[in-house]
Design a protein around this ligand. Sequence first.
Ligand code: GCW
Length: 696
Amino acid sequence: MTPASESRNTVPRTTVPSMPVPSMPAPPSDLAWLGEHAAARLPREVLLHAHGPTAASLEAEVARLRALAPGSPGSLTLVDLAHARATAPAQEPAQATGHVPAADLEGAPLAELADAGEESFALAATGDRIRVVAGGSRGLRYGFYAALLGLVPADGEEWTLRSPALSIRMLDHWDNMTVHPVMGQVERGYAGGSLFFEDGELREDLTRVEHYARLLAAIGINRVSLNNVNVHAHEATLLTTRRDQVARLAEVFRAQGITVLLSVSFASPVLLGGLGTSDPLDPEVQEWWRRTTADLYAQVPDFGGFVVKADSEGQPGPFAHGRDHADGANVLARALAPHGGEVFWRAFVYDHHQDWRDRTTDRARAAHDHFAPLDGRFDDNAVLQVKHGPMDFQTREPVSPVIAAMPRTRLAVELQVTQEYTGQQKHLCYLAPWWSETLRFPLGPDGAPTVADTAAGLVAVSNVGDDDFWTGHPLAQANLFALGRLAWEPGVSPDRLLEEWIGATFGPDPLVAEVLRDLLAPSWLLYESYTAPLGVGFMVRPGHHYGPDVDGYEYTPWGTYHFADRDGIGVDRTVATGTGFAGQYPEPWASRYESVSTCPDELLLFFHHVPYTHRLHSGKTVIQHIYDSRAEGCERVAELRPRWRQIADRVPAALHDRVDALLVEQERSAEEWRDQLRSYFFRASGIADENGRPIH
Ligand code: GCW
C-alpha cells in the first residue's frame, strides 16, 4: 500500500525552476501551439495522481512550460484511474480510487470512463480549478493538453467525457533517408529536409523529433509512419539491417503515447531476403514476412505495423504474381497479427501508363474497380487506406465512392496536409473547411452514416520538415493542428479550430486573431478561385506540381485530363454517355452527379463535359465564371499582405518576415494563374470577357 503522500505528485509554482530544466534540450525557435501562450494557460498548481513513464513525462512537460511562462491562477488536477486503483487497499471494490482525495473526483463519471477506453478522459472546470480524470495514461496526457489548448468547458459546466471519434489518428511521413536530386529529401515536402534522417541515416540529435512528438500528442495523434510510401532500396533496409533506427524513433514517440509504423516494399522478400519471388501465396515468402516481422517486434515490442503502396506508380505489388490486393495485404496482416500490429494497405492503385487517346479508361474509377469487389476478404488487422477523393489530393474532388462501398472492410481515410496541389506551403490554404466537409459527408440519403462514422481512422500526409517553423509557411501549422483535432472530433467547426490554434499559438491579442482569421478562414476557397476551375483539377506544371500549365498533363499517361477544346471543357463521367464513374456512388449521389442540372457547380467539370456557354446555378456561364473568378481571386490575394502588415509588431519578427515574403510569392503566382487561364480559355473559346478586363 502506498501512503497518500507518495501517490500525490504536486508541482506547485514555488518549486518551479526559473530556467529551462537542464535535462530538457534547447527548444527550437518556434514551439507552435506549445510555446509561451500555451504555457501561460497552465494553472500555477498542478496535482498529478499518476505513476510510471507518463507521470514522469508530464512532470517534465510542466517544468518545461513553467520555464516559458509563470502560468495562470488556479489548479489543474490530473488523475489516472489506473494509478488510483493500483494504490487502493486490496479489499476495496473495483471502483476504488485509492488515495485520491474525494474532492478531486466528486461527480466524475467513473463508470462511463471505465467503458470509454484508455484514450478517454473526463474534464470539469469550476472557478479556476480544472479537474481531469482519465482511464489510462494516453487519456491523461490528452486531458492535460486539453487544458493547455483551452479546450475547457465554460465555468460551472458538468463533467464532460471526451473520447476520440476515430481510433486511428495517423500521420504519414513521405521522408527519404537521402536527398533525391529532383524531389528533395521529403517527397512533396515543402518544409525543408526530414526531421528524422540525414545523410542516409537517423539523425544523431533527435531533439526536434521530441518536440514534434509533443506537438502531435497535444492534438491527439497516436500513430506516425516514418518513411515514404515510395520505398527506395536504401529506405527498405529500415525493416531489416536498420531496425535499430526505427527502435530509437519508437522510443522518442513512445514517450508521448505515439506508435510508429514503417512503409515497406512489397518486394522486400526479394530485395532484402534474397528469395526468388515475393508471391504472397508462396510459403517461403509468408515465412520470410513472419520471421522478419518477429525480429522487428523483438526490438520494438509496441511497433504499429506496415504501410504499403503496391501496384501503384511503379511500386511492386501482388499483380505481378497474378494475385489480388487482399492476398497481398493479408500476407503482411498475418505476419503482424501475433504481435498486435496492423497493415495499412493503400487503395491508391491506378494505371499510370494510360493512353490519353483512350476516352474509356478513367483514373477516377480505378480504386473502386480494384477494391470494392474485395470487400470482406481483408483480415481484421488490415486497414484499407483510401484517399479522400477518387483522383489525387486536388483542390476540389468529390468524396471517394470506395468509402461507401466496403462495409466489411476497416477503412482509413487519407488526407494530404502537405500542400502538394494546394499551394505548396507558399500559398495560404487553410484546409480544415474542406476536410470537415469531407468528414461530415453522408454516404447516402440525409441521416446516412457520414465518412467519419464509416472510417476507422484518419491518416494524413505530414507537412512538417526540419524548417524553423516546422511547416515552411508558418501559418500552415494551422492545417496540422486542425487535422489532429478533426480526427478526434470530426464535428467541430473549422472556425472554432482556427480560434483554438490562434489562441494557443499567438495568445489573446484580438487584432492578431482578427487578422489571422481573415487571412486563413476563406483561404481554401480563395486558392480554388484562381486555380483549376469547377472541380476539373490539375492544370499544374508536370513533375513538381507548382504553378499553372493548363495542358501540362493533357497528353500524358497519367490519366489527368480536362478535355478543353474550342467548344467546351470537363470530363464526362456519367453513366449515360461517359466513363460511368458517377454510377459508383450510392443514391442520392449517383443521380445527383449524373445530371448536369443537379450536379453542384463546384464539381461540374469533374463529372461533365459542357459548352463554355453552359449556365451555372450561380447564373454565370462557365467561361465568364473562369474569367471573373480568376480576376477577383487575384484582387483578393492583393489585399492579404497589407492586412498582414497590420500586425507586424505583434507577432515574432522572423515569423512575420517569413509570411510577408511568402505573400509576395502568392501574389505573383496568383497573377500567373489568372493570366494563363484567362488567356488560354479566351484563345480556346474565342468568347470575350464581358467585363472587358485585359487578356494577354
Ligand atoms: O499525389 C501523388 C504524388 C506522389 C505520391 C503519390 C502517392 C508518394 O504526386 O508523389 O507518392 O501521390 O500518394 O502515393
